[in-house]
Design a binder for this molecule. Structure first.
Ligand code: ATP
Length: 550
């Protein structure tokens, strides 16, 4: 088209549109352009294709949804840990060739070693890489699993597991999760899980601890048994409580000398009762009355809630009447506009009434055992100590004569070695009750395991003159078992008991002393008197320097 024609056409169009300006006229004019017609065709064809594509995909999704069931498990949720541990033992993951390193423990003391490569804690453990798709058959169902990681805001990433089961339903998912849970529980049979709240005020598994045998806690006769029995009885009495309309909660206040076994006893009771421990730290930054109430309401039904050093929280932060937010925070922040620079104890805003309400208000969780510890019983408000909040009060004192002797005995009492051969043979033979009792009495929960046959042998401390200071010799010596006859042990126990002053030392201090003579019972008994003198002299010196300072 030459320029004269184009200009004539444009003049025609302009005339048509000026004489009769309507949409129909505009459409006729536009359609008179061949290029425009082609664009419209292309647009229509594209539209048809896109619609078909969407229909096909929607149909495919519907088919997939009806035959596959998918479930996402997020890190932080218990079920994620269960699945990870279960999968760590699954051949489909053991054969994977796309790997990543991992330090995650999945709630276990001894994290799963996916490929059996780590010989000790410090070695690198491998795990299946992100976005690796593994497939396997589980009870005649085809399962696809993929790990993934999504980067979120402020460098926070979320790890998750995607599980797809062909032809599965909710029951199938529950079955797999139940199996994974059993596997996880088996892996942590000898452990207790410890939870603490994070900055988002959610409970998080922070560690797993080995269970501590109750017999390793030495208290005066009957004390620990009474607490354990009380706790067992409480856990069995849900109906009894509900029939009488009494809130189903029990509080234990363990108070007394530092290092006398309060925390150790709670850890041990948690193990005996198979309960997880939830640490409520009243001085956690950002904790206020509302968030404390939420945390306590979020506790699982059966657990141990632990508040350690409740008096310390009281002195720093708890009071019935805190100044209102405005005044105190202004005073605190003052020239310091950065809230994170405010001392931590000041950033926790718990009031005593907030704590009291959280413990037994309407929102408080039922079925939990609350254990609180304190070194300053008298400093606690009477309202906090009253029955209903703290039902059982147990005083822990400095070591009694009985405790001194028992600690020594248990420290050096030989334990039968539990080698694999012994274990398997003991399965074949029926052990008599007496045998069993014997084993129990000689199992200290502390001592170095020794062979049962050599248990009656005498002490093998190396004479000091032949002590070779080379590393190899020291290592060899450290590995040697303490072999001491029970009769001899009794004599040493008596000597130790005579040397240590009753009610003067904490069990922790005595344990520290014995640890200095880990494999030397004779030496421990002999030097105890001298150690006591030194400790008393140190105390005296400290006292007189404090007097001078005053
Ligand atoms: N009665 C006891 N029997 C056995 N070991 C004990 C006992 N008391 C203390 N110990 C030992 O002393 C150490 C400290 O004990 P623990 O932390 O339980 O004391 P605590 O009373 O909670 O102390 P604190 O009041 O300072 O928190 C632990 O290693 C524990 O093994």
């Amino acid at each position: 088209m030459d320029l004269t024609n184009l200009s004539a056409n444009l003049t025609n169009i302009t005339n048509t549109l000026t004489e009769k300006p309507s949409i129909a006229n505009l459409a006729t004019v536009l359609l008179s352009f061949t290029g425009f017609q082609n664009w419209v065709k292309l647009f229509l064809i594209g539209g048809v294709f896109e619609t078909c594509r969407r229909v096909v995909f929607r149909a495919w999704d519907t088919i997939v949804d009806s035959v596959w069931i998918t479930v996402d498990l997020e890190d932080g949720d218990d079920s994620y840990d269960w699945m990870m541990v279960w999968l760590s033992q699954h051949p489909s993951w053991l054969k994977a060739r796309k790997l990543a390193t991992s330090t995650s423990s999945f709630g276990l003391e001894d994290p799963p070693d996916f490929f059996g490569t780590a010989k000790n804690d410090r070695e690198v453990r491998f795990i299946v890489a992100y976005d690796y798709n593994s497939t396997f058959w589980h009870k005649r169902r085809y399962v696809k699993v993929m790990r993934s990681k999504a980067e979120g805001l402020s460098y926070h990433s979320t790890r998750s597991l995607h599980l797809s089961i062909l032809g599965g339903n909710h029951q199938t998912v529950q079955d797999i999760l139940a199996e994974a849970r059993v596997c996880w529980q088996k892996a942590r049979e000898e452990q207790i899980s410890v939870y603490a709240s994070d900055v988002r005020n959610e409970w998080r598994l922070i560690t797993s601890r080995p269970k501590r045998p109750l017999k390793s806690i030495i208290l005066d006769v009957g004390v620990k048994e009474a607490i354990l029995e009380d706790a067992l009885d409480f856990l069995d009495s849900k109906e009894w409580y509900s029939e009488r309309g009494i809130p189903f909660r029990r509080g234990y206040l363990l108070y007394g000398a530092p290092g006398s076994g309060k925390t150790s006893l709670i850890q041990s009771i948690a193990g005996e009762l198979n309960l997880d421990v939830y640490i409520i730290s009243l001085s956690r930054a950002g904790l206020d009355d509302n968030s404390l109430q939420e945390l306590i309401a979020d506790l699982p039904e059966h657990c141990i809630a632990l508040m350690e050093d409740i008096d310390a929280a009281f002195h720093r932060t708890l009071s019935r009447d805190l100044p209102d937010e405005g005044e105190e925070s202004k005073e605190l922040r003052g020239s310091n506009p950065n809230p994170s620079a405010i001392p931590q104890e000041r950033t926790s805003r718990i009031s005593l009434s907030g704590l009291l309400n959280a413990l037994d208000g309407v929102g408080a969780q039922e079925g939990r055992l609350l254990f609180a510890t304190t070194n300053r019983y008298e400093a606690l408000d009477a309202a906090l100590r009253r029955p209903g909040r703290m039902d059982v009060h147990v005083e822990f004192k400095l070591a009694s004569r009985y405790q001194i002797g028992e600690l020594f005995k248990r420290f050096y009492l030989p334990t039968p070695r539990t080698s694999s051969t012994q274990r398997s043979s003991s399965k074949d033979t029926t052990t008599s009750k007496e045998d069993d009792d014997d084993r129990k009495t000689s199992d200290s929960g502390y001592g170095t395991p020794v062979n049962a046959e050599t248990e009656k042998l005498i002490d093998v401390e190396l004479p000091s003159e032949v002590r070779d200071q080379s590393l190899a010799a020291i290592t060899r010596r450290r590995k040697r078992d303490v072999k001491i006859s029970l009769e001899e042990l009794d004599v040493l126990v008596e000597r130790f008991r005579e040397s240590i002053l009753e009610g003067e030392f904490s069990m922790a201090a005595l344990q520290g002393y014995l640890l200095m003579h880990k494999n030397q019972p004779h030496r421990a008994a002999e030097c105890a008197g001298k150690w006591v003198e030194e400790e008393m002299a140190k105390r005296e010196a400290k006292r007189s320097s404090e007097k001078k300072d005053l």
